[in-house]
Design a protein around this ligand. Structure first.
Ligand SMILES: [Zn+2]
Length: 288
């Protein structure tokens, strides 16, 4: 079994000074292409599914696809339901067999975030499922291009209290990062990450990670980030790739050919990510 909890992969990444490529799952093209890259590079990988996609793809279709791929993979794969504060959706995901969930209380008051996270941790612990929370707010949206950013930097002064009172297994932080494609390169506050990592020993996660420079990834990992979410900047390049595959504007290939090109595209982009995050060759499972 190569399906693992996300905090297990993140802890290994932290001690090995690399980052887990946290990639969007939920469709066949994404999962097949990106897993092919991870297996080719012998890299651990995480597949996330966000409720923002639920109007298009049902949870009961997306998660079993990701979980089956994880169980059959030759590398460690974590699966995660991301960004929801809906307890019922989280419980549906746990019943479907996901290895990790994220309770996103970043839009709630601090006390409401503590209470909601702690409730999910209690439920998830009974099922052996890892929980990630968000403190501060990583603004923007991975799927809505016009979403406001409205981020709130993570306050290191409350991190110890939050982790102690919730028992959460890993934490998404806000240090200049945002979801969606960046209009300009963000200023990342690495000292904030270093401070947070010095205060708690749970893994620290970066959302809104695509479209940055190799140096920004290196410094993020160096300051203590062990998991980086990537989607928007990658997906934005897909149209160019598909256009290049066509022989002429009149060329209208059948869908399975388009899917083949899409799978190849997501494989190639995941190879680049693995190489930038230093996760290649780190695929060691407990079961080997
Ligand atoms: Zn996110």
């Amino acid at each position: 079994m190569s399906h693992q909890r996300i905090d297990e992969l993140q802890r290994a990444a932290r001690s090995g000074r690399y980052a887990i490529p946290h990639l969007l799952g939920g469709t066949t093209d994404l999962v097949v292409g990106q897993l092919r890259a991870a297996e080719h590079r012998k890299s651990p990988v995480a597949f996330g599914f966000a409720p923002e996609v639920l109007p298009m793809i049902p949870l009961e279709t997306a998660l079993p696809l990701m979980i089956t791929a994880a169980e059959r993979a030759s590398v460690p794969v974590a699966t995660q339901l991301e960004h929801t504060d809906d307890f019922d959706t989280i419980m549906r995901a746990i019943r479907l067999g996901v290895s990790s969930v994220m309770f996103d209380g970043s839009h709630l008051s601090y006390e409401e975030n503590v209470a909601g996270t702690a409730e999910v941790v209690r439920a998830a612990n009974g099922a052996g499922v890892a929980v990630e929370a968000e403190l501060g707010a990583v603004g923007g949206s991975a799927v809505r291009t016009q979403a406001p950013i409205d981020s709130l930097l993570t306050d290191p002064d409350v991190v110890v209290d939050f982790v102690a009172r919730t028992g959460v297994h890993s934490l998404a932080v806000s240090f200049g990062n945002a979801h969606g494609a960046y209009a300009a390169l963000p200023e990342l506050d690495y000292d904030r990450v270093r401070k947070i990592c010095s205060l708690v020993d749970i893994p620290i996660v970066m959302h809104g990670g695509s479209g940055l420079t190799a140096e920004q990834y290196r410094q993020s990992i160096e300051s203590g980030i062990s998991d980086i979410h990537c989607y928007s900047a990658i997906a934005a390049r897909l149209w160019d790739r598909l256009d290049r595959q066509r022989q002429s504007p009149e060329d209208r290939p059948p869908y399975h050919e388009i899917a083949g090109h899409t799978i190849d595209f997501f494989c190639e982009s995941a190879l680049e990510i693995v190489d930038m995050f230093g996760s290649g060759g780190r695929a060691v499972t407990n079961r080997e």
